[in-house]
Structures are given as structure tokens and as C-alpha cells.
Ligand binder design. Structure first.
Ligand code: GRF
Length: 221
């Protein structure tokens, strides 16, 4: 049951759904200003569908393999989102590229999480890309979605130092922990009406830049 006054979010997933779970857990807290109206997957076998159903969340499947063209799939996806009464659509490991008509329909009501400090390391195998580049920092970004993949106004980022011993899997795990912190934060700020987009940059009312500076690697004097 979605209560009046709380932002209704729909979460789109394709797999594990750990970010979906982080959002659902945040929404389950009494003072959180958003509710999960539905979880929708393009893959019938997505593990996150079971997790969501076990939490009592309404789930739906819009299987992209059932459509000849992207336009038909995206029209069905939009219809499913609309029927849930969503105010905000959260992509959380949703592994289909979304076309401009869909993205424009949901402009500034559609957000994504990506496991790098965008605009660096867009696309797949993000952590492998980070390690191959020898980047000293990585992290995670929540951003508004634009038609180009992993582009759009940045809402919040978490940064962490890359260790020489890091593997892609180890880095992914540490980044994921931060994803689970910042995705609910971004949704909270949007639900509180504090987030505005102007000239393709985001302002968050009442938020200030963190003061920390970290140098990596550190070396003894
Ligand atoms: C996350 O790393 C997210 O940033 C990326 O896909 C992964 C999804 O993981 N877009 P999960 O399904 O939320 O566990």
C-alpha cells in the first residue's frame, strides 16, 4: 500500500538486485520520504524479483525478448511504470540500453547508479577498466539519465582509494557497499524536493561539499 505524500519510486532491475534491496530497506524506515511502488525486471529469472516479492513489493516482468523492436519493449515498460503511479524511476542494475523517446519521457524523473566516478569509466567491466588504467580512486555515481549511456547530471558520488592489491571483484565489493549508501541518499534528497537540475548540473538545497581530501598512494615522508 503506497501512502499519500511519499514519493513513489519504481525500481528497474535485471539481476541480483542489491541496490534495489538497499532502496527498499531505506523506504521501509518510517521516516523515509519515499515508497517502492513496484520492482520491474526485463528478465524473468532476475534474482531481485524474488527478493522484492519476499519483501511484499509488487513485481512485474517486461521481457525484452518478447518484443521485435526496442520501441515496443520501451512502450510496454513505460506503460508498466505509469500503471504503478511512479514519480521517480530508479535503474538498479538494469542491463538494457534505453532509447531517447523513453529517456525523454522520464527526463529528470529517471536516475541510475553506476559503479565508477563518472564521467570516467562508462560502460561494462567498469572495475577492470579502472584497474587497467591504474586509477588511484574509484567509486560510484548516482545521476539523472540522458540518452547517451552513463551520462547525465550527477547527483551524488562516493569515492574510495584503489589499493595495489585490488582485484576487479574486490573493488566491486567495496564500491557496492558505497552504492548502497548513496542510492538511498539521492532518493531521499529528491523526495524531499531538494534536488534541481539547471544547465545540466545538479544543485542540492542544504547540502555542502565534504571537506575531506585524500591522497593515494600515501608515502612515508
Ligand atoms: C551495480 O554495481 C550498479 O552500479 C550497476 O550494476 C550493478 C547492479 O548490482 N549498474 P545489483 O543488481 O544492484 O546488486
Amino acid at each position: 500500500m503506497v501512502e499519500a505524500g511519499r514519493l513513489k519510486i519504481v525500481i528497474l532491475i535485471s539481476g541480483r538486485g542489491s541496490n534495489m534491496t538497499a532502496l527498499a530497506e531505506a523506504c521501509a524506515a518510517g521516516d523515509f520520504p519515499a515508497e517502492v511502488a513496484a520492482v520491474i525486471s526485463n528478465r524473468p529469472d532476475a534474482q531481485g524479483l524474488t527478493t522484492a516479492a519476499n519483501r511484499g513489493i509488487t513485481t512485474a516482468i517486461v521481457d525484452h525478448t518478447q518484443y521485435d523492436a526496442r520501441a515496443g519493449f520501451e512502450a510496454a515498460l513505460s506503460a508498466a511504470i505509469e500503471s504503478s503511479g511512479a514519480d521517480l524511476v530508479c535503474l538498479a542494475g538494469f542491463m538494457r540500453l534505453l532509447g531517447a523517446p523513453f529517456v525523454d519521457q522520464w527526463r529528470d524523473r529517471l536516475i541510475n547508479i553506476h559503479p565508477s566516478l563518472l564521467p570516467a569509466f562508462k560502460g561494462l567491466d567498469t572495475h577492470g577498466q579502472v584497474l587497467a588504467a591504474g586509477a588511484r580512486f574509484s567509486g560510484s555515481t548516482v545521476h539523472f539519465v540522458r540518452p547517451a549511456t552513463d551520462e547525465g547530471p550527477i547527483i551524488v558520488q562516493a569515492a574510495l582509494a584503489v589499493a595495489p592489491s585490488d582485484t576487479a571483484a574486490g573493488l566491486a565489493a567495496r564500491v557496492l557497499e558505497q552504492e548502497h549508501r548513496i542510492y538511498p541518499l539521492a532518493v531521499r534528497w529528491i523526495a524531499e524536493g531538494r534536488v534541481t537540475v539547471a544547465n545540466e548540473t545538479v544543485t542540492i538545497a542544504g547540502a555542502s561539499a565534504g571537506s575531506g581530501v585524500t591522497i593515494n598512494p600515501e608515502s612515508a615522508p
